[in-house]
Design a protein around this ligand. Structure first.
Ligand SMILES: [Zn+2]
Length: 296
């Protein structure tokens, strides 16, 4: 996709992987296949792999540049990570050219000023670190890593997240704790700004402390809403949670609020896993919302 311009900022997508992901009836326990007939947009090749019926799944970082900032929103799965849980096997020992793609966009690791981890799940923190001489070191050593205070408490140091999902232990060990140990973390609360025009807002439910990043500049708005929306079909069925959402009722309420806010503000929605073209606008329609994907 071409770079987007949001006022004084540019936004580019740095791909890690783009593949068919989950079958819809696995990802969404409430899935009803009639949604594909009702909304043919959802069957376009960017969103659904016709051969397998699986939903297209992107792993990417959003690169935001402007006003002296070079900021990454979420960092995918990372290379060379060991994952023992059966559900994590697609993320084992990856060897993707993510840093080369970042370089192709004109960004060296030392150029990155901020890394925002919207939440601390396996597929959002991987490129926080890289392996060097057998040790996990910060991949962006000059950056401040921005994490939600609630999310951090949820996963680290005996929080409820880790108690419920002990398989996250190895993710925290190789991709989260080394950043904290290096003193690179800035914890943020709801409504806190990273810089003028960039505001973190709580969006809980998928995880306890997930935060979305809102970008506003020159009257234009984008929202990096991460896993509040896994797939475009949730714009038509905001009541469908993914099986990975921790608190179902909270996640539904957050999704409803996000869609209302994004439609009201005509924001470009830039989630973490939508297939091509990876983002778009939310339109109000009778009884709900519709999706207007970005031009390819
Ligand atoms: Zn995710």
């Amino acid at each position: 996709m071409p770079d987007l311009r949001i006022g004084d900022f540019s936004v580019a997508r740095i791909e890690e992987m783009l593949t068919p992901g989950f079958a819809p009836d696995f990802l969404f326990p409430d899935y009803d296949p009639r949604i594909l007939e009702a909304h043919p947009l959802l069957t376009q090749p960017g969103f659904r792999d016709a051969a397998s019926g699986k939903l297209m799944s992107s792993m990417h970082a959003w690169l935001v540049r402007g006003r002296g900032l070079t900021l990454l929103v979420d960092t995918g799965c990372g290379n060379a990570k060991k994952r023992s849980a059966p559900a994590f096997q697609r993320f084992v020992d990856l060897d993707t050219p993510f840093l080369e793609r970042l370089a192709d966009a004109g960004v060296a690791p030392d150029d990155v000023t901020h890394v925002v981890n919207t939440h601390l799940h396996i597929d959002h923190v991987g490129w926080n670190t890289r392996l060097e001489s057998g040790r996990w070191i910060p991949a962006f050593p000059r950056a401040r890593y921005v994490w939600g205070a609630v999310e951090t408490a949820h996963w680290l140091d005996g929080g409820a997240g880790l108690a419920a999902q002990p398989e996250a232990t190895e993710v925290l060990a190789d991709s989260v704790r080394p950043i904290r140990d290096a003193g690179l973390v800035d914890l943020v609360e709801d409504g806190q700004s990273i810089a003028p025009g960039l505001t973190m807002r709580v969006a809980p439910g998928h995880t306890a402390g997930l935060m979305a990043l809102w970008l506003e500049s020159q009257g234009e708005t984008a929202v990096f809403c991460t896993d509040v929306l896994h797939q475009p079909m949730q714009i038509y069925r905001p009541d469908w949670n993914s099986r990975f959402c921790e608190a179902p009722d909270v996640a539904r309420a957050t999704r409803a609020q996000l869609l209302a806010d994004a439609a009201e503000r005509q924001a470009i929605v830039l989630p973490s896993h939508f297939g091509a073209p990876h983002g778009g606008r939310i339109l109000r329609r009778a009884g709900g919302y519709a999706f207007a994907p970005l031009a390819a």
